[in-house]
Design a protein around this ligand. Structure first.
Ligand SMILES: Nc1nc2c(ncn2[C@@H]2O[C@H](COP(=O)(O)OP(=O)(O)OP(=O)(O)O)[C@@H](O)[C@H]2O)c(=O)[nH]1
Length: 330
């Protein structure tokens, strides 16, 4: 979806109430306008609201505009917020200093309504275009799910966050069963359509806050589940298998059932210092392998990475919890 500039949030940071009133009136037709009357309050509000555009006064008491700009530019969550400096110092040197500090533009005081509106409009359009490119770069073209590159980045971020807060992180690796036979029987185009339907079911099945589904490659998908322990993940695996069965896509040459099914490898982990995202993915991959070996159309929960058990691909019945698909609610 192409972001609409009119849905943007504009944050004004200025310690002068009159300037805030004036600027708000000038830009209120171009988005949702928020304001803060100090640099510190502005940074806090920016972290909460992630505005597309920040109109930042240079000369403020306490933390000045340059210090605020520096804090915002260093915050990875605020990388996509554009800053326009608003200042009475309109010498070329002052203008260059603002741009060098990381602002995208510069608005001189006294404020001219038409100039302010034109600059804000231009930068909101640019922000919308950048967000669109960002979205496309992170998307898998065929299914519309996130792509592997974006997933790997998010996994690293979530892994670090769950380690910091000592929360359990869940991961599900999903592979469509006997998909080569499906292509052989129905052709590649039908195969693509089948993958799109599976992707849609996975997207619908991962809509809780923070959950994300991605295409991991070929007929393999992955779902990241924040704050999910082993017990919840096992239930989720069963539920996900049943959702794919419920698509009821005929697959007469499949080995597990006469319709499309998937095998799922699960891994839940309270990340410790020694754990890595790669080891977690590897554990889920081993569990997926076991699900295939045990007959497909099921999910298998991996032993926690680092216990050594997942390395040897042990017998399913001994070392993994196998869960066949059943029509269970999540
Ligand atoms: N139509 C279509 N097929 C794809 C796509 N990506 C991968 N495939 C096919 O998926 C099939 C995967 O085959 P295998 O890795 O042998 O696995 P499988 O047949 O699903 O068997 P199991 O995984 O053991 O159940 C291959 O035939 C690939 O060509 C795609 O984007 N579209």
């Amino acid at each position: 979806m192409i972001p609409n500039p009119a849905d943007s949030t504009i944050l004004i940071i200025d310690d002068n109430a009159d300037t805030i009133r004036l600027l708000s009136a000038m830009v209120r037709d171009q988005g949702r306008v928020l304001f803060a009357t100090s640099g510190a309050a502005g940074v806090e509000l920016a972290r909460q609201q992630r505005p597309q555009l920040i109109l930042l006064d240079v000369e403020m008491h306490g933390m000045d505009g340059f210090a605020v700009c520096d804090m915002i530019r260093r915050d990875s969550d605020l990388r996509s917020s554009a800053i326009i400096f608003v200042t009475a110092k309109s010498t070329p040197e002052a203008e260059i200093a603002c741009l060098d500090a990381g602002a995208v533009d510069f608005i001189p005081k006294p404020l001219n309504s038409a100039v302010v509106q034109a600059r804000v409009r231009t930068h909101l359009r640019l922000q919308a275009a950048l967000a669109t490119f960002d979205g496309l770069a992170n998307q898998d073209g065929m299914t519309g799910l996130y792509n592997r590159r974006y997933f790997d980045r998010q996994l690293a971020v979530e892994f670090a966050r769950h380690r910091r807060h000592q929360l359990p992180l869940g991961l599900a690796l999903i592979d469509v069963d006997d998909f080569k036979r499906f292509n052989d029987r129905f052709g590649h185009q039908q195969g693509d359509s089948c993958l799109r339907q599976v992707a849609e079911a996975l997207r619908d099945g991962s809509r809780r806050p923070g959950e994300m589904a991605a295409r991991y490659g070929g007929e393999e998908f992955v779902i990241l589940l924040p704050n999910t322990d082993a017990g919840s993940l096992e239930r989720y695996g069963r539920w996900l298998c049943s959702r794919i069965v419920a698509l009821d896509i005929p697959h007469p040459t499949a080995t597990a059932a006469p319709h499309v099914t998937a095998s799922i490898g699960l891994c839940a982990l309270l990340p410790g210092e020694q754990d890595t995202p790669e080891a977690m993915l590897h554990a889920a991959d081993m569990a997926l392998y076991q699900a295939k070996r045990a007959g497909r159309n099921r999910s298998v929960l991996a032993p926690a990475p680092g216990t050594g058990e997942s390395e040897a691909a042990p017998d399913v019945a001994e070392n993994a919890s196998v869960t066949g698909s059943g029509p269970q609610l999540r």
